[in-house]
Design a protein around this ligand. Sequence first.
Ligand SMILES: NC(=O)C1=CN([C@@H]2O[C@H](COP(=O)(O)OP(=O)(O)OC[C@H]3O[C@@H](n4cnc5c(N)ncnc54)[C@H](OP(=O)(O)O)[C@@H]3O)[C@@H](O)[C@H]2O)C=CC1
Ligand SMILES: CC(=O)N[C@@H](CCC(=O)OP(=O)(O)O)C(=O)O
Length: 334
Amino acid sequence: MADGAPPPRLQTRPRSLGVTAKISLGLVGARGHVGAELIRLVAAHPRFELAFVSSRERDGQRLADHEPSYAGDLRYTNLDAEAAAGQGADALVLALPNAMAAPFVAQVDARAPATVVVDLSADYRFDDGWHYGLPELTRADAAGKRRISNPGCYATAMQVAIAPMHDVLAGPVQCFGVSGYSGAGTSPSDKNDPDKLRDNLMPYSLTGHVHEREVTRRLGLPVEFMPHVAAHFRGITLTANLHLSRPFDLDEVRGRYYAAYGAEPLVEVTGDTPWVSRIAGRHHAEVGGFTLAADGRRLVVVSTLDNLLKGAATQALQNLNLAFGLPETMGIPA
Ligand SMILES: NC(=O)C1=CN([C@@H]2O[C@H](COP(=O)(O)OP(=O)(O)OC[C@H]3O[C@@H](n4cnc5c(N)ncnc54)[C@H](OP(=O)(O)O)[C@@H]3O)[C@@H](O)[C@H]2O)C=CC1
Ligand SMILES: CC(=O)N[C@@H](CCC(=O)OP(=O)(O)O)C(=O)O
């Protein structure tokens, strides 16, 4: 999918920001798992500052009482779309459940079109007018984009695993994914119920998951995705089965992954098979475990990432840094 240019009404330039001036961010969905990770990242960032954090449930409560990493006086506030767009923040980050972003985007378009919007949900990932921000694969198109859709967590892991072999695939890619239950958000469901997950692995959405459609669209080839949720809190293991158009040996496979990611600070190619227990709380993705079938024409690749970080908040921060012309990894811990 080509990243379309923003529509003409969005061409207004952001207000001029000095070299060291703070850049203000408003966050809607601030109570959630992803919102909380973003607050921690922004609290420690040298250039961004929180202008507001919106939550219905915590309206009026002190942010510092919930997020000790934040030292200021801000309180949660319950802002509707019009009020959020009217705050004059340089960027608006939407960390709401799916299907809720549109009113916020409409209000920003109408009232403050120069505001940078980063949406964490799936709502604009299929919209050619929005930039799809998976920087390791799309940063060449990032300059000047002010409507940015953050990829899905599994979708990031799948694309990291598949992209280096994209030109030699002979058919659909099968992906088996296992997520920690923080992936299911905070609204109670079987998928985030620790009692139901104990000693269990829960398959769900076994065809047609939004991330299956997302990756199929982004890579332009069919991906067959089978997600599961497990008893751990955070982190994804994604095992991809790639049918190849010619035989490969392992050196050539590894060479492709090192060529793609060797210089990437947030994607690590590993000799060993990545383990989810080693990625929880880390900001990068890992890819490795390269295993070829005897005929060299079937490759299995494993990627891991923390769904709340590289799968969501860290990637959003990469996208925000790029949108404001800052170094892409500014404020992202090693
Ligand atoms: N969890 C993950 O691993 C990942 C999540 N995402 C996406 O990021 C977004 C946020 O996910 P996550 O943090 O897990 O979700 P949570 O369920 O943890 O949080 C949702 C947030 O949205 C607010 N909210 C819920 N319903 C409404 C509503 N009707 N109107 C206004 N605000 C509402 C909640 O606060 P309050 O009720 O107080 O208003 C809360 O702050 C989702 O779109 C998700 O798909 C993307 C990648 C990974
Ligand atoms: C375990 C679990 O339920 N995971 C979520 C992850 C999706 C997500 O959060 O991403 P979106 O932004 O695309 O909704 C799911 O499969 O729906």
